[in-house]
Ligand binder design. Structure first.
Ligand SMILES: [Zn+2]
Length: 68
Protein backbone atom coordinates (compact mmCIF):
# COMPACT_ATOMS: atom_id res chain seq x y z
CA UNK A 1 0.00 0.00 0.00
CA UNK A 2 1.14 3.57 0.56
CA UNK A 3 4.61 4.21 1.84
CA UNK A 4 5.61 6.60 4.57
CA UNK A 5 2.86 8.38 6.43
CA UNK A 6 -0.69 7.38 5.65
CA UNK A 7 -3.29 9.99 4.79
CA UNK A 8 -4.83 9.40 8.17
CA UNK A 9 -1.56 10.22 9.86
CA UNK A 10 -1.19 13.41 7.84
CA UNK A 11 -4.63 14.66 8.83
CA UNK A 12 -4.11 13.82 12.44
CA UNK A 13 -0.95 15.86 12.69
CA UNK A 14 -1.99 18.76 10.54
CA UNK A 15 -3.21 21.82 12.33
CA UNK A 16 -2.20 20.82 15.84
CA UNK A 17 0.63 22.25 17.88
CA UNK A 18 3.41 19.72 18.29
CA UNK A 19 4.15 21.20 21.68
CA UNK A 20 0.80 21.63 23.43
CA UNK A 21 -1.66 20.07 20.97
CA UNK A 22 -3.73 23.23 20.57
CA UNK A 23 -5.32 24.09 17.23
CA UNK A 24 -3.18 26.10 14.87
CA UNK A 25 -4.33 29.13 12.98
CA UNK A 26 -3.00 30.34 9.67
CA UNK A 27 -0.36 33.00 10.03
CA UNK A 28 1.02 33.26 6.52
CA UNK A 29 0.44 31.57 3.19
CA UNK A 30 2.86 31.72 0.29
CA UNK A 31 1.51 29.76 -2.64
CA UNK A 32 4.39 30.73 -4.92
CA UNK A 33 6.82 29.00 -2.62
CA UNK A 34 4.34 26.29 -1.63
CA UNK A 35 4.81 27.31 1.94
CA UNK A 36 2.60 28.21 4.82
CA UNK A 37 3.09 29.19 8.41
CA UNK A 38 0.68 28.32 11.16
CA UNK A 39 0.77 29.57 14.69
CA UNK A 40 -0.41 27.89 17.85
CA UNK A 41 -3.26 29.75 19.48
CA UNK A 42 -2.08 28.86 22.96
CA UNK A 43 1.72 28.91 23.12
CA UNK A 44 2.47 30.89 19.95
CA UNK A 45 4.76 28.28 18.43
CA UNK A 46 5.19 28.76 14.69
CA UNK A 47 4.84 25.71 12.45
CA UNK A 48 6.33 25.99 9.00
CA UNK A 49 4.75 23.71 6.41
CA UNK A 50 5.85 23.01 2.87
CA UNK A 51 4.04 21.19 0.10
CA UNK A 52 5.48 17.92 -1.12
CA UNK A 53 5.34 16.53 -4.63
CA UNK A 54 1.97 14.93 -3.99
CA UNK A 55 0.50 18.26 -2.94
CA UNK A 56 0.30 17.38 0.72
CA UNK A 57 1.34 19.80 3.40
CA UNK A 58 4.19 18.55 5.51
CA UNK A 59 5.59 20.09 8.64
CA UNK A 60 9.06 21.38 7.84
CA UNK A 61 9.91 22.84 11.22
CA UNK A 62 8.53 24.43 14.33
CA UNK A 63 10.04 27.35 16.18
CA UNK A 64 9.19 29.94 18.80
CA UNK A 65 10.70 32.66 16.66
CA UNK A 66 9.66 32.97 13.07
CA UNK A 67 12.62 32.47 10.79
CA UNK A 68 11.74 32.83 7.13
ZN1 LIG B 1 1.17 25.23 21.33
Amino acid sequence: MASGFSGEEQRKHRGKCIDCGMTLELYMLDLKKNKRILQCRRCGLFHSYSKDLLGKWKLAKAAKVLDL
